[in-house]
Ligand binder design. Structure first.
Ligand code: WT7
Length: 575
C-alpha cells in the first residue's frame, strides 16, 4: 500500500446521523435492543418479507414509493402497497403449485420489478430463495439447482434455455416471465398466473431460525457452496442499514449490486425496505453517463457501490461529473474489494463526499467492519467493527495478535446475520469455526493502535475480480473439460481496474498446438460453460505445471511466477 496515503485522515462529517457516537454505542449496545423495532416482537409472528413490505402499509407508508425501476425500456414506480399486492399474488401462485416452507425456489432473471415481486413472494411462503446472477451459464446453473434440489425457478425465455431441466429431477416448475409465444412445453407463464392470482395472502409465519436465503459462493477447493441465511438476519440488515447506510425516512437509496450477489439482497432489498425507504433499481448495463444520470434523475441521497465501479468512473474523468447535478447526494459507500486510497481522495475531489468502505462476506450476511459518517476515515482502512460485533486478528492457533501484526481476520461468534449452514456440507461449515469461538474469514488483515482494520489479502486462493468471487477450482475443472487442455491452474493477477483478473496456466494434450484461435476457443468454452466473469482473460501455455507429489497444482508457485517473486518452499513439489 502507498505509505504516504496511509497517514491521511479525512475528518468525520457533521449531521443528524443515526450513529452519533461510535465509542459510546459500542460499549452500551446489545442486539436484543433491536428486536422491538419489528412487528414480531409484539405478535410473535415472523416473516422477513412481511417486515420489509407489508408492515409499512400499516405504518402510513402504503402509498410511499418503495421501488423506482428504470432501464432502457421501462420506467416504473411501485408503492409499498403495490409490492405487497404483487408479492401476495406470487405467493398465491407458489402455494397453488404446492410449494411449502423450506422448499428451494430460484430466481434466474435480469433485474426487473418482477424479480423483486417474486423474491418477496417466495420469502412470504416460507420457502428458501436462491437468486442466480443472470450471467451464469448452463454448468453453473446446473450445479446450484442440483445441489439445493430446487423445486421451482422463475426465469425468462432466453435464460430458461440454460436450465438443463432433464438433468434436474427435483425441478418441477419453470415459471417464465416473457412473451407467451416464446414459452416451451411444461413452462408456466408468469403474467397469466399473476393476472389470475389473488392479491390477498397471509404470510406463512416461520421461526426466526428458519431458512430464508441461499447464496452460492466460491472457495478455493470444490464446487460452489450454498450459504444459508435465516429470517433472523433481518435484525442485522435493519441495524446496519441504520448505522452504516445511515438510512432515514426521506432518503432515496441506490444499491448498484444485483440480487444474484449478497450485497444485492442484504442491502438491495432488506436494508432499505426494513426501513421503509425508497429504493432505486437500475436495470441493464450502464455507462458512466447512466450512473450519474441515475443519481440525478431520482435525487439519490445514499449510494452503495463497489471499488471497480468507482475506478471505472474515475477512469471516465472528472469533466463528465460536472454535467450532472448530484447535489442530492449525502452518503456514499463501497463494498466487495479493497477500496484504493486514491479512489477515496478522488471521491472527495469530484463528489465532495467521503466514500465509506465496508467489509463483510456472503457468509456473514451483513456488514461487520465499516466506516461511519461520524468517524474519521483513514483511506485504505475498512474501518471498525459495528457495535455488537467483536473483530480481531488471530494467529493460526486462535491467539489474538497485538496491533499492527498481520494475521487472520476473525469475528467472535455469533452475530444475528451469520450463516447457519453450508447446504448439505457440514464439514465445510465447521472449517470456518475451527478455532474455538471464532469465525475465520479467509482474509488477512491487521488492526492499528486506534482499532482500524486494514485488509491485506486472502489467505487462500479465492479470486476477487471486479468484486465478484471466483473459485479457481471451478474454472480449472471447466478448463480441463476442453478437449485440448491436459492440466490447468488458475490464479488472480493484479489489475488496475478490476482488482484482479483471472489468469489460467494450462498444458495442452498431445496433438494440440498453441494458437490464438485455440486460446480464444478455450476462453469461450469457459464463458459458455460457467459465466463471463469466471472466464480467464489471460491464458498462458506451459509444457508442465508445478504440482505437489500428490498431484495438486501449486497455484502459489504460478502466482510467484506471474509476479516475478520467489517461489518459496518447494519441498512438496514433484521432481
Ligand atoms: C470477500 C467476500 C459482501 C460483499 C460482497 C463480497 C473481499 C469484501 C471488502 C473490503 C477488501 C473486501 C474479502 C472478502 N472484500 N469487502 N471492503 N475490502 N476486501 O462478498 O463475494 O462473499 O466476497 O470479498 O476478500 O472475504 P463475497
Amino acid at each position: 500500500m502507498n505509505q504516504m496515503l496511509s497517514n491521511v485522515r479525512i475528518p468525520a462529517t457533521t449531521g443528524q446521523f443515526n450513529l452519533r457516537n461510535y465509542e459510546e454505542t459500542y460499549q452500551s449496545f446489545a442486539w436484543k435492543d433491536v428486536e422491538k423495532e419489528f412487528t414480531w416482537h409484539r405478535t410473535g409472528k415472523v416473516n422477513a418479507a412481511y417486515e420489509a413490505i407489508d408492515r409499512h402499509c400499516e405504518l402510513g407508508r402504503a402509498e410511499k414509493i418503495a421501488l423506482h425501476y428504470y432501464d432502457s425500456r421501462r420506467e416504473e414506480s411501485y408503492s409499498f402497497l403495490d409490492l405487497k399486492r404483487l408479492s401476495n399474488r406470487f405467493a398465491n401462485i407458489l402455494t397453488d403449485l404446492g410449494i411449502v416452507k423450506g422448499d428451494r425456489v430460484f430466481i434466474f432473471m435480469p433485474r426487473s420489478p418482477e424479480l423483486y415481486a417474486s423474491f418477496l413472494g417466495i420469502v412470504k411462503v416460507g420457502a428458501i430463495i436462491g437468486p442466480l446472477f443472470e450471467a451464469f451459464m448452463e454448468g453453473a446453473v446446473r450445479d446450484r439447482l442440483a445441489d439445493s434440489e430446487a423445486v421451482a425457478i422463475v426465469t425468462t425465455p432466453d435464460l430458461a434455455k440454460r436450465i438443463p431441466t432433464k438433468e434436474l429431477s427435483h425441478l418441477k416448475h419453470v415459471i417464465v416471465f416473457g412473451d407467451e409465444s416464446q414459452l416451451e412445453d411444461n413452462q408456466l407463464h408468469f403474467q397469466s398466473l399473476m393476472d389470475h392470482a389473488s392479491e390477498e395472502f397471509e404470510p406463512v409465519w416461520v421461526d426466526r431460525e428458519d431458512g430464508m436465503l441461499l447464496h452460492y459462493t466460491s472457495g478455493s477447493t470444490g464446487k460452489p457452496k450454498g450459504v444459508l441465511h435465516v429470517h433472523n438476519a433481518m435484525i442485522q440488515h435493519y441495524q446496519t442499514a441504520k448505522w452504516v447506510l445511515d438510512l432515514q425516512e426521506n432518503d432515496v437509496y441506490w444499491c448498484t449490486a444485483d440480487p444474484g450477489w449478497v450485497t444485492g439482497t442484504s442491502y438491495g432489498i432488506f436494508g432499505p425496505w426494513l426501513h421503509g425507504v425508497t429504493n432505486v433499481i437500475r436495470g441493464g448495463r450502464f455507462t458512466p453517463d447512466d450512473w450519474y444520470s441515475t443519481l440525478e434523475k431520482y435525487n439519490v441521497t445514499v449510494w452503495y457501490s463497489a471499488p471497480t465501479a468507482f475506478r471505472m468512473l474515475m477512469g471516465a474523468g472528472d469533466e463528465i461529473v460536472k454535467k450532472y447535478n448530484l447535489s442530492s447526494l449525502r452518503h456514499v459507500l463501497s463494498v466487495g474489494e479493497p477500496l484504493n486510497p486514491e479512489v477515496v481522495l478522488w471521491g472527495m475531489k469530484v463528489f465532495e463526499h467521503r466514500i465509506h468502505d465496508t467489509w463483510w462476506m456472503t457468509e456473514t450476511g451483513a456488514q461487520l467492519i465499516c466506516n461511519y459518517p461520524s468517524m474519521d476515515i483513514k483511506p485504505g482502512s475498512m474501518g471498525k467493527p459495528i457495535p455488537g460485533v467483536v473483530a480481531a486478528i488471530i494467529d493460526d492457533e486462535g491467539n489474538i495478535l497485538p496491533p499492527n501484526r498481520m494475521g487472520n481476520l476473525a469475528i467472535k461468534v455469533d452475530w444475528p446475520s451469520m450463516m447457519r449452514k453450508i447446504w448439505k456440507n457440514p464439514a465445510k461449515y465447521d472449517e470456518y469455526f475451527r478455532l474455538d469461538g471464532w469465525y475465520t474469514s479467509g482474509d488477512s488483515a491487521f488492526m492499528d493502535e486506534e482499532g482500524y482494520f486494514w485488509f491485506q489479502g486472502r489467505v487462500d486462493d479465492v479470486i476477487n475480480t471486479s468484486g465478484e468471487r471466483v473459485g479457481p477450482f471451478e474454472v480449472e475443472s471447466k478448463l480441463v473439460e476442453h478437449p485440448a487442455v491436459a492440466e490447468a491452474g488458475v490464479i488472480g493477477k493484479p489489475d488496475p481496474l478490476r482488482g484482479e483478473i483471472i489468469k489460467a496456466f494450462i498444458s495442452l494434450r498431445e496433438g494440440y498446438q498453441v494458437s490464438d484461435e485455440l486460446l480464444n476457443d478455450i476462453k469461450q468454452f469457459v464463458k459458455k460453460g460457467l459465466s463471463a466473469h469466471a472466464a480467464p482473460r489471460e491464458i498462458e501455455v506451459k509444457d508442465k505445471l508445478p504440482k505437489t507429489r500428490s498431484g495438486k497444482i501449486m497455484r502459489r508457485v504460478l502466482k510467484a511466477w506471474e509476479l516475478g517473486l520467489p517461489t518459496g518452499d518447494l519441498s512438496t513439489m514433484e521432481d
